[in-house]
Design a protein around this ligand. Structure first.
Ligand code: SF4
Length: 258
């Protein structure tokens, strides 16, 4: 058993990452390289230097934490979880990049009666993915494109293992939320919405959540001394995704914007 995981943030009192009040544990490391990524500091699997604008100095992003460190930290807010119907959400990066540790963390939280949620790209070996989702109460699964080639160009990895894992989750997981981050010049527009709808009809996905592109990550690219591909591209607003909703609804897929 791996005894430590590289974590880049533990965020308390989150109300956007699952039901109730939650603590979100952000795992560092991601096998994808989405050109619009709003958490570029999460991509590398080890701690790295980043400019800290508050301290006006370089600081280290990411820290190795033991299972006990994390559990002790998240259990401090147990009364809030109980009162609000909340719990703990694992996020990233891609949490399956450190799947063995994350799976055991979910198991230990379940033992303590804590509700768990997880965000994932689903990019992992099938056996690893199956073991992981058995332990999580609520699973957010992001699908970034409907087309293999475009998916590779935009994220650096194949869509095939993601769709295989999605199919498995659709058949086995009782609380699955399928999400599409809508990214200008990548997967937006009527044609893409139509193609997503056809894919979701084929897979029998009845409900989809849309995540409109935002610019929250822009400054981090400067702090990491990296180029940002989405510079000057305006963020999307909820009402701009009405055409997505209309097209999905024509295909009997209910759809809402996060
Ligand atoms: S999957 Fe998420 S964390 Fe990984 S590169 Fe894409 S947007 Fe960033």
């Amino acid at each position: 058993m791996i005894d430590k995981a590289c974590i880049f943030n533990i965020q308390k009192f989150s109300i956007h990452d699952g039901p109730g009040i939650r603590t979100v544990v952000f795992f560092k490391g991601c096998p994808l390289r989405c050109f619009w990524c709003s958490n570029p500091e999460s991509q590398a699997g080890t701690p790295e230097q980043m400019w800290d604008s508050h301290k006006k100095a370089q600081s280290l992003v990411g820290e190795y934490k033991t299972m006990d460190d994390i559990i002790t930290e998240v259990m401090k807010d147990q009364p809030f979880y109980e009162e609000s119907g909340g719990g703990v959400t694992l996020s990233g990066g891609e949490v399956l990049f450190q799947a063995e540790f994350a799976t055991e963390l979910l198991r230990r939280l379940k033992e303590k009666g804590i509700h768990t949620a997880s965000e994932t790209t689903g990019f992992a070996k099938e056996a690893v993915f199956k073991r992981y989702i058995e332990q999580v109460d609520l699973l957010y699964f992001d699908v970034k494109h409907h087309d293999e080639q475009k998916h590779k160009e935009g994220t650096g990895v194949s869509l095939k293992p993601i769709l295989n894992n999605l199919q498995y989750a659709l058949h086995t997981h009782p609380n699955l939320v399928v999400r599409v981050p809508v990214i200008p010049r990548f997967n937006d527009g009527d044609e893409n919405a139509e193609a997503f709808a056809r894919l979701f009809n084929r897979l029998d996905v009845g409900r989809v959540e849309l995540l409109p592109f935002h610019q929250f990550g822009e400054k981090k690219y400067t702090f990491l001394d990296r180029d940002y591909a989405m510079k000057d591209i305006p963020q999307l607003h909820t009402e701009e995704l009405d055409y997505f909703k209309t097209i999905f609804e024509e295909h009997a897929i209910s759809c809402y914007v996060h």
